[in-house]
Write a protein that binds this ligand. Structure first.
Ligand code: SF4
Length: 220
């Protein structure tokens, strides 16, 4: 298992401005610069990954190092794969310690946008490290709880976390009883080698999702 606690984060103001729709909040620029001065130096994205082999398959069950996962789509995507890379990536919990008034919804929104950018940096870093280190051209990913429930239920985060031991101590990510991750901008999943890119969004009918990467394709 590899723990990565020093992922570079270069804050791109133009990208932040786009993601946070700053053109709508021009009169709040002083508050924003105060928040950015506090938050940006604290950002420390982190990640864990490990190399796992598929040790058994049975119907829609897949076993990674003996740990069982259940998903028809996952099982289909891994039908020709033997080696996968479970991972957990996070924006880090440092920004959760910045005191903000509960009523300052805009500040919470801006902070969440920075956290999302940090998470994106962590995911990009892990993906590119894996490709480089293991000589892989293309990786796809699946994440429990992403998209329609039946794709890969969110509860499958429990066996996924069990592959890593004490995740909270290692990178500060806590899994609640209802399977939400804290900090909120954290992602757990599996990277796997593919010829064609798999995107959960293609099988997800959610309307008005800001994070949609490809259009929904109705399947029969
Ligand atoms: S459309 Fe949105 S909710 Fe659905 S899988 Fe894509 S990112 Fe997730």
């Amino acid at each position: 298992m590899k723990t990565i606690t020093h992922i570079p984060f270069n804050f791109d103001y133009n990208e932040f401005s786009k993601q946070a729709h700053l053109s709508r909040y021009a009169d709040q620029s002083t508050n924003l610069s105060t928040l950015l001065d506090k938050a940006v130096p604290l950002v420390k994205p982190k990640a864990l990954y490990r190399v796992c082999y598929i040790t058994d398959r049975s119907g829609i069950d897949i076993f990674l190092q003996g740990v069982k996962f259940k998903s028809a789509v996952l099982s289909h995507n891994l039908r020709e794969v033997e080696r996968v890379f479970p991972y957990i990536a996070t924006c880090g919990n440092e920004l959760d310690h910045i005191p903000l008034s509960q009523d300052d919804l805009l500040a919470h929104y801006w902070l969440d946008t920075i956290k999302q950018m940090a998470l994106t940096a962590a995911l990009k870093y892990v993906r590119s490290l894996l490709c480089r280190k293991f000589g892989i051209n293309k990786l796809s990913t699946m994440n429990p709880g992403s998209g329609e429930r039946e794709l890969w239920p969110i509860e499958e985060q429990q066996p996924l976390f069990s592959l890593f031991g004490d995740v909270e101590t290692l990178i500060g990510v806590k899994l609640t009883e209802s399977c939400l991750m804290i900090p909120n901008k954290s992602v757990s999943g599996l990277f796997f080698p593919t010829e064609t890119t798999f995107e959960s969004c293609r099988l997800c009918s959610r309307i008005n999702c800001d994070h949609r990467r490809v259009p929904y394709t109705i399947t029969t």
